[in-house]
Design a protein around this ligand. Structure first.
Ligand code: SF4
Ligand code: SF4
Length: 102
């Protein structure tokens, strides 16, 4: 299952940087969780990190996204594959200086 943030969220900003999948983002009024990115922290941590840090305990399971551990693992692996596809090829700047005829 993915998790979700309820309207008890006080926008404290604490959970967003803790998410290893970058699944948490600021929504229209409160923080939200992208259920397609949330693995319940499977693959990264034993416990959901957002739940650990939330001061008001407003991050329950999302009943609309019921997933077993194997499915969460598959989601984790899919996300990792997507991440590693980022090409870090910085084109070499071939700057040709015009001859300084001095
Ligand atoms: Fe992110 Fe983990 Fe919270 Fe899901 S449970 S939103 S992966 S920190
Ligand atoms: Fe909202 Fe809890 Fe996240 Fe703070 S830690 S922004 S209260 S969901």
């Amino acid at each position: 299952m993915a998790l979700l943030i309820t309207d008890e969220c006080i926008n404290c900003d604490v959970c967003e940087p803790e998410c290893p999948n970058e699944a948490i983002y600021m929504g229209v009024e409160i923080y939200e969780i992208d259920p397609h990115k949330c693995t319940e922290c499977v693959g990264h941590f034993d416990e959901p990190q957002c739940v650990q840090v939330c001061p008001v305990a407003c991050i329950p399971l999302n009943p609309a996204f019921i997933e077993d551990r194997e499915t969460l693992w598959q989601k984790y692996r899919r996300l990792q594959a997507g991440t590693s596809q980022t090409t870090a090829s910085v084109p070499e700047a071939a700057i040709s200086h015009p001859d300084s005829a001095v």
